[in-house]
Ligand binder design. Structure first.
Ligand code: ARG
Length: 458
């Protein structure tokens, strides 16, 4: 029987190739700490409800605690014949406490058990990713504060649009991450439901107490046993949170790839976060940001892998559900690996303020002129046309907006003759913004205050 949990009905063991396909132990062994904790809660409940004796429950809990120690010490060993982590833990428990181990699975199925393990994993993962993300958010705030005087061009269509404070730009990523934090919190909540007590799919004749098990694990109990063993929404929620976070990280990464190019020259990464070329000695490549951008593809793939796996399944457990684990692990590991690098990479980067400010002037100030005219009663459409013509005139003269002679300004529109000097500078433009949430220094100051508050409240 080679120790299979279901061996009783079978005349022969599995073919080797099938055993390899069927086994999840090579990847689900990382669920061992959750599996054991779930089993401890289950064993206690069995004892308290009198389904097994108190002595039996104590023996099981003691044995499981020592299995947990082995797991935590990295000494837990498994073989392919264990099939999955649940079998491996039960096998080890029996080696430790003897035949009383055979009572642990009373009123339980691997179907509710594996779902519980995964719930516990997701709850933990959502917290760990949230912590990593908070670190990155703190780094963004720090760097924004440190460089509150720098301006750079904002882009639309990747064409220079209007000057922005660098801190405003960095905080734009902060607020996206703040929403990711909300999605991670929601994923944690969704994972905080215990399916234990659903048994195979329809419940059990034993007087189990799902609420007791759930409370022991700090969770809510399930409502419907069939739903409890069938659904993986909580895993989808976490995968979705990871995928959206991945998209945000990717967009930030893409910007840094641009910023650190010689063409932009806005920033330089610390050597510790760059790599070189095996043939071109001069190269300093932003690999980490490229990997961050690349990883988003995998995260989106992980989400769609599980969605597609689930969509055709009838309710009840199907072995397809075993395929839920690898995409989930891949996404969690992938996001954590990127988040481990990002804060240090942000904190150690250097900005080339002159390059950024140089690029933020010129025609990127055109909207400022149009708004100046509109504020003096010129209808905005008319003002837009006046400044458009002025831009064309500057191109003919081969000068930038900052250099255009006063006479040309006045010729474009009399009111432009009174244009304050400062408005034709990136910093002046930024300082001239009035609207809430804008790139004005006052708005950015207020954003920083709220950002610090958010970080402190966590
Ligand atoms: N290894 C299985 C999984 O990952 C555990 C559940 C097995 N249940 C079953 N009825 N075969 O999904």
């Amino acid at each position: 029987e080679k120790g299979h949990l279901w061996g009783g009905r079978f005349g022969s063991g599995p073919a080797e190739a099938f055993e390899r396909l069927n086994a999840s132990i090579p990847f689900d062994v990382r669920l061992a700490p959750y599996d054991v904790r779930g089993s401890i809660a289950h064993a206690r409940m069995l004892g308290e409800t009198g389904i097994i004796s108190r002595e039996e429950a104590e023996a099981l809990v003691g044995g499981l605690e020592s299995v947990l120690e082995e797991v935590e010490a990295g000494e837990f060993s498994w073989s392919l014949a264990d099939e999955d982590v649940h079998t491996a833990v039960e096998r080890r428990l029996r080696e430790k406490v003897g035949d009383v181990a055979l009572k642990l699975h009373t009123g339980r199925s691997r179907n509710d058990q594996v779902s519980l393990d995964l719930h516990l994993f997701c709850r933990d993962a959502a917290e760990r990713i949230g912590e990593g993300l908070l670190e990155a958010m703190a780094a963004l705030v720090e760097v924004a504060e440190r460089h509150s005087d720098l301006v750079l061009p904002g882009y639309t269509h990747l064409q220079r649009a209007q000057p922005l404070l660098l801190s405003h730009h960095l905080l734009a990523h902060f607020w996206a991450f703040a929403r990711d934090l909300g999605r991670l919190d929601a994923a944690r909540e969704a994972a905080n439901v215990s399916p234990l007590g659903a048994a195979a799919l329809g419940g059990t004749p034993h007087p189990v107490d799902p609420a007791l098990v759930a409370a022991e694990l700090g969770m809510e109990p399930f409502a419907n046993s069939l739903d409890a063993v069938s659904e993986r929404d909580f895993a989808l929620d976490l995968l979705y949170a990871c995928a959206v976070l991945g998209v945000h990280l990717s967009r930030l990464g893409e910007e840094w790839v641009l910023w650190t190019s010689q063409e932009f020259g806005f920033a330089e990464l610390d050597d510790a976060y760059s790599s070189g070329s095996s043939i071109m000695p001069q190269k300093k490549n932003p690999d980490a940001y490229e990997l961050m951008r690349g990883r988003a593809g995998r995260l989106i793939g992980d989400l769609s892998a599980l969605m597609v796996t689930l969509k055709g399944l009838p309710l009840g457990y199907s072995k397809d559900l075993q395929e839920d684990k690898e995409p989930l692990f891949d996404a969690v590991d992938g996001v954590l690996a990127v988040l481990a690098v990002l804060p240090g990479m942000l904190r150690t980067a250097r900005f080339c303020g002159e390059r950024m400010e140089g690029a933020a002037g010129g025609f990127a100030l055109a909207t400022e002129l149009a708004d100046f005219l509109a504020a003096r009663g010129v209808p905005f459409r008319e003002a837009h046309r006046v400044v458009g013509r002025l831009v064309r005139r500057c191109e003919e003269l081969g000068v930038s907006l900052e250099e255009v002679p006063r006479a040309e300004l006045a010729a474009a529109h009399p009111a432009l003759g009174e244009l304050p000097e400062g408005l034709l500078r990136p910093r002046g433009s930024v300082a001239n913004k009035r609207s809430p949430g804008s790139t004005s220094p006052a708005s950015v100051e207020e954003q920083l205050r709220r950002a610090r508050e958010l970080l402190l409240a966590r």
